[in-house]
Structures are given as structure tokens and as C-alpha cells.
Design a protein around this ligand. Structure first.
Ligand code: PGA
Length: 220
């Protein structure tokens, strides 16, 4: 059976101490083996989080929130997929916040996805419209459907609309599809029961360890 993905996107949040508290509390929890938990810390915490997870043998995977479209080299401020490979197994690409605040285009998303795949990492490509995925490589990726109005608004998309997006993508490419946008411990079940949805990408409600633990509990 395919595992259900529950991903925590910390965005531009958390200091090292805050990450340590979160990990210490989460590590006390029993995880269902049917879940694939992935945490996406900011770059500054990748080393710390991946080390903590490995040394405590936590059943948690680590991911990066962004990646350079280039290989390692003279690109000031960028972090390449081959550098990330030391710490992560997943990479988020083309989150709507990157598209809107940093001008990421579909072709940049494609370039980044190719780099990530060539390093043997799994890209989670975010989109709010099917057309944003037309350009993307047609190999093994995970898609996160995140409608703009649902992100951080407390107004998640209607589950039927989410399921329909997942169905259309599955029919076309057979990619696993996650849903993200105002997921909370209280609404999680309505999305996890959807036939065409393989997991969830959680932003705001993943920051507080207690609410994230409730999410894991309700997903188990
Ligand atoms: P949210 O964010 O859960 O705070 O809506 C989701 C995301 O942007 O990945």
C-alpha cells in the first residue's frame, strides 16, 4: 500500500531552538507506519534537522523548500540539488509564494525539477492550475495542488474540487497528488478520504508541534 504523505512546510519560520523543541516533542509520538511524514525546514536548519532525525532514528523524511536551477558553481546565494542531497530526499518546487514574490515561471520550475530528478531526489511540484504543469518533465514527480485563495486563509478548497483536480492529473500523468491550503487537525479527514489525493502539505498548522501532532493522529 502506498503511504499517505503528511508534509510540514515551515516556510520562512523557526530558529534552531524552536526547531529543537518541535523535534523533541514530535519524537515522543508514535507514528503510524502508513504515513510518510516529511518536514521542510528553511535552509538554515537543514543540517540540524536532518542530523536530529538520523541520530534519533525518527521515521521522518526531510525536504528543502527551494533549489537552484543550476548545478553547483558561481551562483551567489543559490543552493544546488547536489548540495541538498546530503540532507534531504524531497524538494518543494514552484510554491505559489515563490511564483508570486520571486517571479518563478513554469520554465524555471521545469529546470529546477530536472535538476532535482537528476540528483535522485523527489520533487514536489506545487501548482494551482493544471496549465502550470504542462511544461514540467513527465517523469516521476509528486504534485501539490494548492489553490491560491486557500493558502493561509483558513478557507480550504472544497474537497470535491480538490478530488477532481487529483482525478484529472492522475488520468493524464498518474502522479500522486497532495492537497495544501488551510489544512488543520479538524478538517484533515475530509481531504485524506478523497480517492485521488495521496496526502497533504501543511503550512501554518505545522509550525506548532501540538497541532501538527494532532494532524498526524487524525491521519493515522
Ligand atoms: P497553509 O499553507 O497550510 O498555511 O495554508 C500551505 C502551504 O502554503 O504549503
Amino acid at each position: 500500500m502506498e503511504k499517505t504523505i503528511i508534509a510540514a512546510n515551515w516556510k520562512s519560520n523557526k530558529t534552531k531552538n524552536e526547531a529543537k523543541n518541535w523535534l523533541e516533542k514530535i519524537s515522543l509520538k508514535d507514528f503510524s507506519s502508513s504515513l510518510e511524514i516529511i518536514v521542510f525546514p528553511p535552509f538554515t536548519l537543514l543540517d540540524f534537522v536532518s542530523d536530529f532525525v538520523k541520530s534519533n532514528k525518527l521515521p521522518i523524511s526531510v525536504g528543502a523548500q527551494n533549489v537552484s536551477p543550476f548545478e553547483m558553481g558561481p551562483y551567489t546565494g543559490e543552493i544546488s540539488a547536489s548540495q541538498l542531497r546530503e540532507f534531504v530526499s524531497y524538494v518543494l518546487i514552484g510554491h505559489s509564494e515563490r511564483r508570486s514574490h520571486f517571479g518563478e515561471t513554469n520554465s524555471l520550475v521545469r529546470q529546477k525539477t530536472e535538476r532535482v530528478i537528476s540528483e535522485g531526489l523527489t520533487p514536489i511540484v506545487c501548482a494551482y492550475e493544471l496549465s502550470q504543469l504542462e511544461d514540467v518533465v513527465k517523469s516521476e514527480i509528486v504534485v501539490a495542488y494548492e489553490p491560491l485563495e486557500a493558502i493561509g486563509s483558513g478557507r480550504p478548497e472544497n474537497p470535491a474540487v480538490v478530488n477532481d483536480f487529483g482525478k484529472r492529473l492522475r488520468e493524464k500523468f498518474n502522479w500522486p497528488v497532495l492537497y495544501g491550503g488551510s489544512i488543520s487537525p479538524d478538517n484533515i479527514k475530509s481531504y485524506l478520504n478523497l480517492e485521488n489525493i495521496s496526502g497533504l502539505l501543511v503550512g501554518g498548522q505545522s509550525l506548532d508541534e501540538n497541532s501538527f501532532m494532532r494532524i498526524i493522529e487524525n491521519a493515522s
